[in-house]
Design a protein around this ligand. Structure first.
Ligand SMILES: C[S@@+](CC[C@H](N)C(=O)[O-])C[C@H]1O[C@@H](n2cnc3c(N)ncnc32)[C@H](O)[C@@H]1O
Length: 426
């Protein structure tokens, strides 16, 4: 397929998403199933246009002065693929699979509108209601922070120290362009893709099959490192999900001590069993019944809460979620987070630690939660978060406050994450 056909396909997928209110991944999968002639390269390119269009939806609408799937897809090529109105005209000319070429009105809008003059919410590429939340979290940097959340993400891997080391994995996958991560001591980064490219399918690498590495955003790796699990500890991963952080904690603990991996949703926890096996993790018990944990009350060295959240820190990877999110969902998550904090804290032993993590950048889900928790639980106190960072990591600088650490694409080059460590008084 030429660019014109790929562009037309992307418009079709974006229209389908809009009409049927469905996630990008589902709409792209369906398109692929009903267009089997399209090769892997075509699918990757169409996916890239769709995801770029979703990341930059408001800028694209501003640029073309038109809000439609067509404007979003053309905008993606103009804003992210280095195309111009002229180059698109030339490329699409004579391509019978291409969408209608840019109209004179659209061309006029492109020529006369400069993104730098656009309102803040447009340059930030966010829904209006998110502005006060981002402004509260990032102060005067909020537009730049939000814009960084609208860029393409890298592919991050975490080396499993139970089985390998970073140099060995880097040597093994050297042809992928992988390099050591900037901050995470066990991290490897494959930079963001360009244009119509795609990230290598690292899951087919023998090194992956052997359990030498996992796919995990560097921010998530850093959060697991900051949790400070040590060999021999008794640990509860209270929202374990598919076990991304559990596996990182097990490696930090060198397979010694015990991790209870609990999740209230059995289906979310299910993939953990295969992952534990592949990583050769031997100190994890997956738990699906909260009652079975009762005997651990007041006994554990570390309780990690990787809380359900809005995911506003992951908009680079899931840009469709940015437009679906609502204040109502934010309120629901805030309620869940407070309840989980109260429920999980009782397992921490006196002198033990509670680590609270979200992949959101909203203060309401982060520092506000920590501060409200401390009001309700005066037997807990925050540790010095910046000192903890410096003790656990050799480099890097995030946004530090007394009640937590915020990572973001702009400051740490990671997804947006929040981490806070609290200690229960002995
Ligand atoms: C951010 S995800 C966890 C991701 C996982 N820790 C990882 O690193 O791959 C949040 C998880 O919290 C779980 N969850 C939601 N409400 C919960 C509750 N009340 N108790 C325990 N887990 C809960 C969800 O099922 C979901 O798997």
């Amino acid at each position: 397929m030429r660019l014109g056909g790929r562009l037309a396909a992307a418009i079709e997928v974006l229209s389908d998403m809009e009409k049927r209110h469905r996630p990008a991944a589902d709409a792209l999968k369906d398109w692929g199933l009903s267009h089997r002639f399209a090769g892997a390269g075509d699918r990757a390119a169409i996916g890239n246009i769709v995801y770029d269009a979703l990341r930059r939806r408001r800028s694209a609408a501003w640029q073309l002065d038109e809000e439609s799937p067509r404007a979003a897809a053309f905008g993606a090529l103009l804003l992210e693929w280095g195309e111009t109105a002229d180059s698109l005209d030339r490329t699409l000319d004579g391509d019978r699979f291409a969408p209608e070429r840019l109209s004179e009105t659209e061309k006029l809008a492109i020529a006369s509108r400069k993104l730098i003059d656009a309102p803040d919410v447009v340059r930030a590429d966010i829904p209006d209601w998110c502005q006060p939340h981002l402004e509260r979290s990032f102060g005067e940097d909020w537009v730049a922070e939000a814009a960084a959340l609208a860029a393409r993400p890298p592919l991050d891997l975490r080396v499993n120290r139970l089985q390998s080391n970073r140099d060995r994995v880097l040597a093994d996958i050297s042809e992928t362009g992988a390099m050591a991560s900037a901050i995470s001591p066990n991290g490897i980064r494959i930079p963001p893709i360009e244009g119509s490219g795609r990230h290598p399918n690292v899951q087919v690498e023998p090194a992956f099959q052997k359990g030498w590495f996992e796919i995990q955003d560097e921010g998530s790796q850093i959060a697991a490192t900051l949790a400070s699990a040590k060999p021999g500890m008794q640990v509860l991963d209270f929202c374990a999900g598919a076990g991304g952080k559990t596996l990182a904690l097990a490696a930090e603990m060198e397979n010694r001590g015990q991790i209870f991996a609990y999740d209230s949703d059995k289906s979310r926890l299910a993939p953990i069993f295969d992952r534990l096996k592949r990583a050769e993790t031997r100190n994890v018990q997956a738990v699906t019944s909260l009652n079975s944990l009762d005997k651990l009350e007041g006994e554990l060295d570390l309780v990690l809460i990787d809380a359900p959240c809005t995911g506003s820190g992951t908009w680079r990877r899931r840009p469709d979620a940015k437009w679906r999110l609502s204040t109502r969902q934010l309120d629901v998550r805030i309620g869940e987070q407070a309840a989980i904090l109260d429920n999980a804290a009782r397992f921490v032993k006196p002198g033990g630690r509670l680590a609270y993590v979200t992949c959101s950048v909203f203060a309401e889900e982060n520092t506000d939660q920590v501060e409200a928790f401390l009001q309700r639980h005066p037997d807990f106190a925050c540790v010095d978060q910046e000192a903890l960072w410096n003790e656990r990591l050799e480099t890097g600088k995030a946004r530090f406050s007394a009640s937590g650490i915020v990572m973001s694409p702009l400051t740490t080059g990671t997804d947006g994450f929040f981490f806070a460590a609290l200690e229960r008084r002995a």
